[in-house]
Design a protein around this ligand. Structure first.
Ligand SMILES: Nc1ncnc2c1ncn2[C@@H]1O[C@H](COP(=O)(O)OP(=O)(O)O)[C@@H](O)[C@H]1O
Ligand SMILES: O=C(O)C(=O)C[C@H](O)[C@H](O)COP(=O)(O)O
Length: 317
């Protein structure tokens, strides 16, 4: 039987070493290892909610590559379209531990195996087997060939009547300059159906101030749903058909690590939209998974199973 995927995504997965103690990263002596990467976080979250998800990347033939492939398989993610290279290494990052605010992240990913992903790796039948494509603009920042891959994948999915979501995931350190980052991401946004920026990202990308204005900017450019993340306050959404609203965030006992909240949020919105829930319900689920994500140290530890999600949402009403 031919392959059937609910969703597919592609990008750069990395081995992450997160500090077990607070303090500057060069002084930390003890780290824990986990899988990181915005798109692999989303693939993991969707897979835990029983959406069959494929993940496409290029890995180095090294220990980090082996670790990542193993971690993805353990999550039940389809890895059949992953390619390998001997020439380039798998990327990694280190992350500090903080008691408040966002941790410091340092990447070791320049010229990584994943940055070599190119159109030659695009498998039409694999992408055609999926109902939805999730993209982040990190891929476009990695290399010209990854940017071409992104444009082609988005165009291919749209042409085949599939939905496409885009999380801008601003990573200013990966771009040559702010202007290139803003112009490229705004161009990518016109090619998606569901656009999921954070408020501060939306301000940088449009120069506008309010969630309403930012949503309007993208709706005018052909996006059908814009959801703007508002941190602990939740999120604002607006659709091309005029539906809009604010959805409150969930109460969190303790914020352990804010990294991964946006990816968790994307999992909630995408999974619920694929299940044909209303947009307001999708945004509520996004808020729930975002809240679960900030309560755990790894980027993916908080991503729930369906049972865990229901328990959290029911306990929070
Ligand atoms: N402290 C928090 N309490 C509850 N929910 C949160 C908290 N921080 C984030 N979230 C949830 O996660 C989503 C994404 O977080 P946010 O910080 O806005 O995005 P990003 O990680 O992309 O910067 C928010 O819209 C919200 O639903
Ligand atoms: O892929 C990258 O470049 C990363 O930095 C890996 C991180 O796990 C996510 O990107 C977290 O992203 P947020 O959910 O927006 O906090």
């Amino acid at each position: 039987m031919s392959k059937q995927l609910n969703a597919v995504t592609f990008g750069e997965p990395m081995a992450m070493f997160y500090a077990n103690e607070t303090g500057p990263l060069h002084e930390v002596t003890s780290f824990s290892k986990a899988l990181a990467g915005a798109e692999s976080n989303v693939a993991t979250g969707l897979s835990r909610l029983a959406h069959k998800t494929g993940y496409v990347t290029k890995l180095g033939e090294d220990n980090f590559g082996q670790f990542i492939a193993m971690a993805l398989n353990k999550e039940g993610i389809d890895t059949d379209s992953i390619t390998y290279t001997k020439e380039f290494s798998t990327g990694m990052l280190i992350k500090s531990k903080v008691l408040t605010g966002d941790p410091k992240v340092e990447y070791f990913r320049k010229n990584s195996a994943a940055s070599k992903l190119s159109l030659a790796d695009f498998d039409e039948s694999y992408f055609a087997s999926a109902g939805h494509l999730h993209v982040t603009s990190i891929s476009s920042a990695l290399s010209k060939s990854c940017h071409e891959f992104s444009l082609h994948a988005m165009e291919f999915m749209k042409k085949n009547g599939k939905t496409v979501s885009l999380d801008p995931n601003l990573r200013p350190t990966l771009w040559p300059d702010t202007e290139t980052m803003v112009n490229t991401i705004n161009d990518l946004a016109t090619r998606c159906d569901w656009f999921l920026p954070g408020l501060s990202e939306g301000k940088i990308l449009t120069g506008l101030e309010t969630p309403e204005e930012i949503a309007g900017y993208y709706l005018q450019r052909g996006v059908s749903l814009v959801v703007i993340k508002l941190g602990p306050e939740g999120a604002y959404y607006k659709t091309a058909t005029g539906e809009e609203g604010y959805v409150n965030g969930f109460k969190v006992k303790e914020v352990v690590d804010t990294v991964g909240a946006g990816d968790g949020f994307a999992v909630g919105v995408i999974s619920a939209m694929l299940e044909q829930l209303t947009v307001a319900e999708a945004v509520k689920r996004g808020n729930a998974i975002g809240a679960l994500a900030v309560m755990s140290p790894g980027d993916m530890d908080g991503l729930p199973t369906r049972e865990g999600l229901e328990q959290f949402m029911n306990a929070s009403v």
